[in-house]
Design a protein around this ligand. Structure first.
Ligand code: CP
Length: 312
């Protein structure tokens, strides 16, 4: 089985079998991490370009390591010192990269839909590493993989996503993926951080965290995007923390064996407390490790895609 498209733009566009295929492919790649030589030749001769218009620690480094572990060549385009600062358009930048014969362009951009626009403009395979508040598909995939690894299944689990749903591409990708894999998804936040019509995605909305956590198998805490607080969607961070911060005390409302997840970067003492982030239920660092395996799987599967190989 293969992925249908040359690009990975979001989990909305993937079907359940494709999500399963990516997770099943990531498993054996993760085993490579235990070897002294953490490298296979699968993408030898291919070129992966990283084009990040927004900051990133996890996603960018994870993609770079994933590409290197598959023996691909990687090129980081430092946007702040590139011709972008001279006013070059996104399309001109990616067409220039394509002319250098890049096989993959991995893009993070502040505008929702940027990855899709790029995917239409070039024949290289485009991977969305986060576009505005729209999607962050490899984050969603690594989260699904981590849940399946720890719980043995996804179907039937109750997953509660807490926090800034309104601005969160991570929440959107997780909701698409979790629903396709048969999980029951709850979202919990102050009303100002819940997008209108979120129920159309098949989730249940809660405003009270203790109620949302009842019988929860997975607590997924989102970063409060401090840079957005100029919009005054919260009365104060102190109040947010009081009502929605995940503490050990709050964990008592969830199942005893619930997982605690966070996409990072964390605001400790705001949406999650150190006692929880570093506690026995936390799988936050497993998410980071699994991210490399998932990104290896995505690169490997897209490289085998017919459309990509017939593009010259
Ligand atoms: N989870 C995530 O996207 O983290 P970065 O912003 O560090 O890539």
């Amino acid at each position: 089985m293969k992925l249908k498209n040359k690009d990975l733009l979001g989990l909305e566009n993937l079907d359940k079998k494709e999500i399963q295929l990516i997770m099943d492919t990531a498993g054996p790649f993760k085993e490579i991490f235990t070897r002294s030589i953490k490298k296979v030749p699968a993408l030898r001769g291919r070129t992966v370009v990283l084009l990040f218009y927004e900051p990133s620690t996890r996603t960018k480094n994870s993609f770079e390591l994933a590409a290197k572990r598959l023996s691909a060549d990687t090129l980081n385009v430092p946007v702040s010192t590139s011709s972008v600062v001279k006013g070059e358009s996104l399309i001109d930048t990616v067409k220039t990269i394509e002319a250098m014969k890049a096989d993959f362009v991995i893009i993070r951009h502040g505008m929702a839909g940027a990855a899709e626009i790029v995917s239409r403009a070039i024949k290289s395979s485009v991977i969305n590493a986060g576009d505005g508040a729209h999607e962050h598909p490899t984050q969603g995939l690594l989260d699904l993989f981590t849940i399946r690894e720890k719980k043995g299944k996804i179907k039937g689990l109750k997953v509660t996503i807490i926090g800034d749903i309104l601005h969160s591409r991570v929440a959107r990708s997780n909701i698409w993926g979790l629903k396709k894999m048969g999980a029951e998804v709850r979202v919990c936040a102050p009303a100002t951080l819940i997008p209108k019509e979120i129920e159309t995605m098949g989730v249940e909305v809660f405003y009270n965290l203790n109620k949302a956590l009842k019988d929860t198998d997975v607590i997924y805490t989102l970063r409060i995007q401090l840079e957005r607080q100029k919009e005054h969607l919260l009365p104060s961070l102190r109040e947010y923390t009081e009502f929605y911060g995940v503490t050990n005390e709050r964990l008592k409302y969830a199942k005893e064996d619930c997982l605690v997840m966070h996409p990072g970067p964390m605001n400790r003492g705001v949406e999650i407390f150190g006692e929880v982030a570093d506690g026995k239920r936390s799988v936050i660092l497993d998410q980071v490790t699994n991210g490399i395996a998932i990104r290896m799987a995505v690169l490997y599967l897209l490289a085998g895609n017919k459309q990509m190989n017939n593009r010259d």
